[in-house]
Design a binder for this molecule. Structure first.
Ligand SMILES: Nc1nc2c(ncn2[C@@H]2O[C@H](COP(=O)(O)OP(=O)(O)OP(=O)(O)O)[C@@H](O)[C@H]2O)c(=O)[nH]1
Ligand SMILES: [Mg+2]
Length: 261
């Protein structure tokens, strides 16, 4: 009997190639009494994705209630790798000053480079490593409640794993997702990866000091953003020159955009 698919032919020799196994629904062959028999099985669909998301949503909802009760405003920063999240946060530490009670959780697959950088800048920071996962999930944040995330914290910034797709699907219990997009990535990413840009409450365009050196077109990029998100404020920043850093810090402090900052 085929141990993978349960075919009942007697005396058969499996011919499933190098992997020794086969996916159901893929045509494969057995040798029965010297004759090659090719066949396939209807795929068995197991909706693991939905149940994983449902479980995550439940924990995220608990986190959200807990944060609301404690008066902690939580922002989930999402972007592709290297858009400038950590450098902007490094610059934000000084801007927010010592009296504002805030903390940062940084998520990366491996290493703690971001936490080291932020610690050197004076931030209260915790590094989480996701190993094989491409995103943080609600249970990782749940574990830090009453530990790193102390009651009385005014703001928690979560720098998610650099990835434009997966982190957008996993609610952490945040008040708001914030999408980062650097001008070096091109104008069209908001419509190519719409879920994040659609859900974001704020969109931060980064590395604006580099614009004069690129063919990047700001109006075209904002057009792409508006096709998936007509209303979220769009902030222009350069962590290098300090452009927009005051407005960004004010947003973390109050949850509102104040122009001319
Ligand atoms: N010119 C310029 N470079 C920047 C700016 N912000 C960040 N960078 C550079 O871009 C690179 C990536 O910056 P990070 O702050 O590490 O980006 P990140 O989004 O935290 O990266 P991951 O955590 O790996 O996703 C670094 O070399 C930064 O120095 C900026 O405003 N202007
Ligand atoms: Mg980073």
């Amino acid at each position: 009997m085929c141990k993978d698919c349960g075919c009942q032919e007697a005396n058969q020799k499996m011919r499933h190639g190098l992997s020794q196994g086969h996916a159901h629904g893929i045509e494969h062959e057995h040798v029965v009494n010297g004759q090659v028999i090719r066949h396939s099985h209807a795929p068995r669909v197991i909706d693991l994705g939905l149940s994983v998301l449902a479980k995550n949503d439940k924990i995220a909802a608990e986190n959200r209630l807990w944060f609301e009760k404690n008066g902690t405003r939580v922002f989930n920063l999402i972007s592709s790798p290297g858009s400038g999240k950590t450098l902007l946060l490094e610059k934000t530490v000084q801007e927010l000053g010592p009296d504002f009670k805030w903390a940062i959780i940084t998520g990366d697959q491996e290493k703690d480079y971001d936490a080291q950088r932020l610690k050197r800048a004076g931030a209260n920071v915790l590094q989480l490593n996701t190993a094989s996962a491409c995103h943080l999930d609600a249970s990782m944040i749940h574990k830090e409640r009453d530990h790193f995330i102390t009651p009385g914290l005014e703001c928690l910034v979560i720098e998610n794993v650099g990835n434009l797709v997966c982190p957008a699907a996993f609610d952490l219990g945040e008040k708001e997702k914030i999408a980062f997009l650097s001008c070096t990535e091109g104008e069209d990413k908001p419509t190519k990866y719409p879920q994040l840009f659609h859900e974001a409450g704020l969109i931060v365009l980064t590395k604006m000091d580099l614009v004069p050196h690129l063919d990047w077109n700001l109006s075209l990029c904002e057009e792409h953003i508006r096709r998936v998100n007509p209303h979220a404020p769009i902030l222009h920043v350069s962590a290098r020159t300090g452009m927009g850093v005051k407005t960004w810090a004010h947003y973390l402090r109050t949850g509102t955009v104040e122009l001319n900052k």
